[in-house]
Design a protein around this ligand. Structure first.
Ligand code: PEP
Length: 260
């Protein structure tokens, strides 16, 4: 069955009032009612535990926006993967372009985080993607391969079992400039073929999400693309009504696609 995995990334937004209102509406609409979509929410760290209490025993999953490279010790301000696991997190976003841009995150760190997350049996969501300049220079494929290879070179392709790659062209994130759905499909197909050239089974199973200004008005363009298995959604997930409508569109389209 073809499914669509949608993650709502709140970034540095929201508060307890928003959390309660948002999750109550989402639960009312979607708890155990979605057949073709899976949902996860990534609130800021401080709200993870509260969110967990709202969504435990539901079909909605909890995601974290980041994790530290250390497991414990004198690292003021950081959060470890075991702490995330402790509060019910299942998915961890790593390598988001905002962390690379504003927090000097590099691929050594991202690679370390990826392995740690896997070691704790959580699911990494590895963000990859090119800048606008790199796109103009036709370097998108090369950039994606380099970013994936950073993980593969020390771990081998099996590390991508039960992992997610989110293709997020940096120029499309939070900019309102959504990428052309056919171009995204081409990039996703390229990524899957690249992984398949090393291991076909891993490539077949990997979830490839797209992220970058996806919203209620443009999601339909992406839903029937063969290699797009879901979405990482920032801004559009902060307006609950729009998010609900977006998920409903995804569910409807997926149910149609699964008939054939
Ligand atoms: C993101 O932060 O990963 C993202 C895709 O944000 P937005 O939907 O706001 O572009």
């Amino acid at each position: 069955m073809k499914k669509c995995f949608i993650i709502s990334n709140w970034k540095l937004n929201g508060d307890l009032v928003f959390l309660k209102k948002n999750i109550n509406i989402i639960k009312k609409e979607f708890n155990f009612s979605l057949k073709f979509c899976d949902l996860a929410i990534a609130p800021p760290y401080v709200y993870l535990h509260t969110m967990y209490n709202y969504i435990k025993n539901t079909s909605i999953h909890l995601a974290a926006q980041n994790v530290d490279i250390h497991t414990q010790g004198a690292f003021t301000g950081e959060i470890s993967v075991s702490m995330l696991k402790d509060v019910g997190v299942k998915y961890v976003i790593i390598g988001h372009s905002e962390r690379k841009l504003f927090h000097n995150e590099n691929y050594d760190n991202i690679s370390t985080k990826f392995v740690l997350i896997k070691n704790f049996n959580l699911i990494p969501i590895l963000c990859i993607g090119e800048t606008e300049e790199e796109k103009k220079q036709n370097k998108t494929e090369k950039i994606c391969v380099n970013q994936i290879n950073y993980i593969l070179k020390t771990q081998g392709v099996e590390i991508l079992n039960n992992a997610i790659i989110a293709y997020e062209p940096i120029w499309a994130i939070g900019s309102g400039k959504v990428a052309d759905a056919n171009e995204v499909q081409k990039v996703h197909s390229f990524i899957r073929k690249y992984i398949a050239s090393i291991n076909q089974k891993v490539a077949t199973n990997i979830i490839l999400q797209y992220g970058g200004s996806v919203n209620n008005n443009n999601i339909n363009n992406f839903l029937d693309k063969k290699d797009i298995n879901g979405f990482l959604i920032g801004k559009a997930s902060l307006t609950t009504e729009n998010f609900i409508s977006l998920v409903k569109k995804a569910e409807k389209k997926m149910s149609l696609l699964n008939r054939f």
